[in-house]
Design a protein around this ligand. Structure first.
Ligand code: FAD
Length: 371
């Protein structure tokens, strides 16, 4: 086993990795570039695979308490009429459920655990240089301090500087042609779980994030990749919601300057196998960033951390452990990223929705297999 680890990036992947390694008895340093260690104000959908991973990390009860976990889903057409309904099943195991939680809540659940663990957290810090010396990695930090580690885990997100340092020729994130709008609003009466509106120009979904609130996401086709000023967001989103039936008009009319509204162009990147070189390994969005079509980024990031810990515990040598880690992770990440991007392309080109549904169902079913 390793005697020390550095985790670069304190997002979902990095915090999970730090906790997993620390629980194995490894002294861990976790650094994050953000001095405030913040996340942004949006909800996040948690699929069955994400819930199982959170359960395996020991956090499912807190996610249930601070977010919303349910089973069942309603599919609606743009006018609000029900296309299909999978009723909730009270005894469904986590893998058969889905849910939503505010990113700030999930961040707090994870970061409080990290702070309560032996992990040493250092904020406002980046890596200035890394030298893999074979038997350890010498790291120079941006504040002039240095460290020496048996293992370095790069979990610094889609624009990972660790990835750039390790694999300078790796492709950068690619814009897909869609943008994602998210807003938080009071939960309409009767909404118990995920609801999706299919078939319009905009794909719209709702997910409760607490007993009182839900978050809404809307995918828009934006081939020219527009950028919006903060003050334009609410009005632009309201326009996109025009024409939808059921409770959507009520949600739209309730949006205002007070609302949390967020817009992100969708990007993806999938690093070729292997995601490691020597004693430095990449996990989470640093290795495989996907569009939200499967809402599986969080679960995949946590699974990466759990599998990394499992393989490090099972192998004496780092090389063997990282090779075993890759054997479990690459194909799983590949189908999520490639099929998510493909579904987005079908949406943008008005392609075969049956193929998109089959791909979504098939990928989510594959993800239900043990990781
Ligand atoms: C629009 C959109 C909607 C999404 N919706 C969902 C969803 O509903 N469900 C879902 O499961 N997933 C969703 N995802 C994906 C999900 O957000 C990501 O997969 C997940 O957050 C990845 O976590 P991460 O820890 O790998 O990266 P990040 O969350 O990006 O964390 C990276 C961390 O590293 C830090 N950092 C960055 N650079 C450095 C550096 N050089 N040095 C030190 N620290 C650094 C950052 O401050 C940050 O804390 C969505 C993504 C997008 C873009």
């Amino acid at each position: 086993m390793i005697a020390s680890a550095l985790v670069i990036g304190g997002g979902i992947a990095g915090m999970s990795a730090a906790l997993v390694l620390s629980r194995l008895g490894v002294p861990v340093d976790l650094i994050d570039a953000d001095p405030e260690w913040r996340t942004y104000g949006a909800g996040i959908s948690v699929t069955g695979t994400s819930l199982r991973a959170l359960d395996d990390l020991g956090m499912l009860d807190e996610v249930r308490a601070r977010g919303n976990v349910a089973s069942g889903i309603k599919g609606r057409s743009p006018d609000g009429s029900i296309l299909f309904e999978v009723p909730p099943s009270p005894d469904a195991p986590p893998i058969q459920c889905s849910g939503g939680i505010m990113r700030s809540e999930l961040h707090e659940i994870l970061s409080l655990r990290v702070k309560a663990s032996p992990v040493r957290v250092r904020l406002g810090l980046k890596v200035a240089g890394m030298d893999d010396q074979g038997d350890s990695v010498a790291v120079a930090f941006s504040d002039g301090t240095q460290g020496n580690y048996d293992l370095v885990v790069g979990a610094d997100g889609i624009y990972s500087q660790t990835r750039n340092a390790l694999f300078p020729d790796a492709p950068q994130a690619v814009f897909t042609g869609q943008g994602c709008w998210r807003a938080v609003a009071p939960r309409p009466e009767g909404m118990t779980g995920t609801e999706m509106f299919f078939g319009g120009q905009v794909k719209l979904g709702f997910n409760p994030v607490s007993s009182t609130h839900m978050y809404m996401f809307a995918l828009e086709n934006v081939p020219d990749n527009p950028r919006y000023a903060e003050h334009e967001l609410v009005d632009r989103l309201k326009k996109l919601l025009n024409g939808f039936g059921s409770y959507v008009a009520q949600v739209r009319d309730g949006l205002g300057a007070h609302s949390l509204v967020n817009y992100r162009p969708l990007e993806w990147q999938l690093l070729a196998d292997p995601w490691y070189k020597g004693r430095v390994v990449l996990i989470g969005d640093a290795a495989h960033a996907t569009t939200p079509h499967m809402a599986s980024g969080a679960g995949m990031a946590i699974e990466d951390a759990l599998v990394l810990g499992r393989e490090l515990a099972a192998h004496d040598g780092i090389e063997q452990a990282l090779a075993a880690f890759m054997a479990h992770r690459f194909e799983r990440a590949r189908i999520v990223v490639e099929n998510s991007v493909r579904i987005g392309t079908i949406e943008m080109t008005g392609g075969d929705q049956v193929e998109a549904n089959r791909m979504l169902g098939g990928t989510l079913a594959a993800l239900q297999q043990p990781y």
